[in-house]
Design a protein around this ligand. Structure first.
Ligand SMILES: NC(=O)NCCC[C@H](N)C(=O)O
Length: 411
């Protein structure tokens, strides 16, 4: 029987993927909440959904099975029965700031009155104060900002399923994420892996779980081959989390090399996959803005050291040669976002022109708005399938960010 998670590359034919269809969470907030929620604008939901359906249909038409996070979550909770519904809710309320007390009780009663799917959708979409017939009389509520409209914040970044967890080999990392706006997200994936009949008790390896203080996000985790990973040292992923997952992988899996790549720590380039993706056996997209003079960038190739848990580091700055050595390639094509034009590459990277999703070697799904980068990819021999992107791109993520591959064919 094949494993429900099997990902040994960035580019093998995509067989199964998990998406989240954007719903009320992407418009259930005000402009002054945007920065904290990691959004640059408030999308127009009907169009965002239309664009997302276009993305999902494109994947299906190309032979990919599409699963949805929101459905898997409800199915997993139902599979665990009332006991799981209760413990899931307790954990979610605790992580939302209500470990106990009158507001905890009122929220719990409200959420438990809903069907499991509605409860999941409500948690994802956010709970406003005026939805509950409840006036808190405790000090915590009295002392807090009165005009804040939410009891539980919406989770607008859920449609970027790439980040809360990352498939690696026949397993995954379930991630402790950087910002509070996203930290609750990985509880859904943890619940799915533990309780959904498709995933539970199937021998899946959790290379690193969410119970950590150090942070890592899936947009930084790239599976370059069946034994090499690249991981961004970024705004969202810390060096100590990379060391931790490298130790676990070296001990328990066939992965024996992790290339840590240091990228600028800012919002436009928050993850490695916003500036660098693998799209064919010997082709990558790269945003020229991450490369210093002469195309240099800090990389550390990490391999197992001599002693138990020891790591060996090799610091180099010639990304192209580092990749060629790690992947055993004679040559390699690094394709610059926006064709390297200073205005176009900046603009198209901002709109996720580097964030391509390979659905087979040399076949990529991209946003249609990045037409200069798309044309260049075609010139370099890639098959480019571009999808609608006006509203989806407002969340600062592209096709790779919006998809969590669960199964890819081996190369
Ligand atoms: N892998 C990715 O780069 N994901 C995009 C995440 C965008 C989201 N607004 C965030 O800031 O986390």
């Amino acid at each position: 029987m094949t494993s429900p998670i099997h990902v040994n590359s960035e580019i093998g034919k995509l067989k199964t993927v998990m998406l989240k269809r954007p719903d009320v969470e992407v418009e259930n907030f005000t402009p002054d909440m945007m920065e904290r929620l990691l959004f640059d604008d408030i999308p127009y939901l009907p169009i965002a959904q239309k664009e997302h359906d276009n993305f999902a249909d494109t994947l299906r038409q190309n032979g990919t099975e599409v699963l949805y996070l929101e459905q898997l979550s409800a199915e997993a909770i139902d599979a665990g029965g009332d006991e799981l519904k209760n413990s899931f809710l307790e954990q979610m309320l605790t992580e939302s700031g209500y470990a106990m007390g009158a507001t905890h009780d009122a929220l719990k009663e409200y959420l438990l009155s809903l069907s499991t799917q509605d409860m999941v959708n409500k948690i994802m979409g956010g709970v406003r104060k005026d939805e509950l017939d409840f006036v808190p009389s405790d000090l915590v509520s009295a002392a807090e900002e009165n005009d804040y409209p939410f009891l539980m914040d919406p989770m607008p970044n859920l449609y970027f399923t790439r980040d809360p967890a990352a498939s690696i080999g026949d397993g995954l990392s379930i991630n402790h994420m950087t910002f509070a706006a996203r930290q609750r997200e990985s509880l859904f994936m943890e619940t799915i892996i533990k309780y959904h009949p498709r995933f539970a008790n199937k021998g899946l390896n959790v290379w690193r779980d969410r119970n950590h203080d150090t942070r890592i996000e899936g947009g930084d985790e790239l599976v370059l081959s069946d034994h090499v990973l690249a991981i961004g040292v970024s705004q969202r992923t810390s060096a100590n989390a990379i060391e931790d997952i490298a130790r676990n992988l070296f001990r328990d899996s066939k992965f024996d090399k992790v290339i840590a790549i240091k990228i600028p720590h800012n919002h436009a380039m928050m993850h490695l996959d916003t500036v660098f993706t693998m799209i064919n056996t010997d082709q990558f997209t790269v945003h020229p803005g991450i490369l210093g003079e002469g195309g240099h960038i800090d990389t550390w190739t990490i391999t197992p050291g001599k002693g138990d848990g020891e790591l060996k580091l090799d610091h180099r700055t010639d990304l192209k040669q580092v990749l060629k050595d790690a992947l055993g390639l004679d040559d390699l094509d690094l394709i610059p976002t926006g064709n390297g034009d200073p205005i176009i590459s900046g603009r198209e990277q901002w709109n996720d022109g580097s964030n391509t999703l390979a659905i087979a070697p040399g076949v990529v799904v991209t946003y249609n708005r990045n037409y200069v980068s798309n044309e260049l990819l075609r010139k370099h021999g890639l098959k480019v399938i571009d999808v609608l992107s006006s509203e989806l791109s407002r969340g600062r993520g592209g096709p790779r960010c919006m998809s969590m591959p669960l199964v890819r064919e081996d190369l």
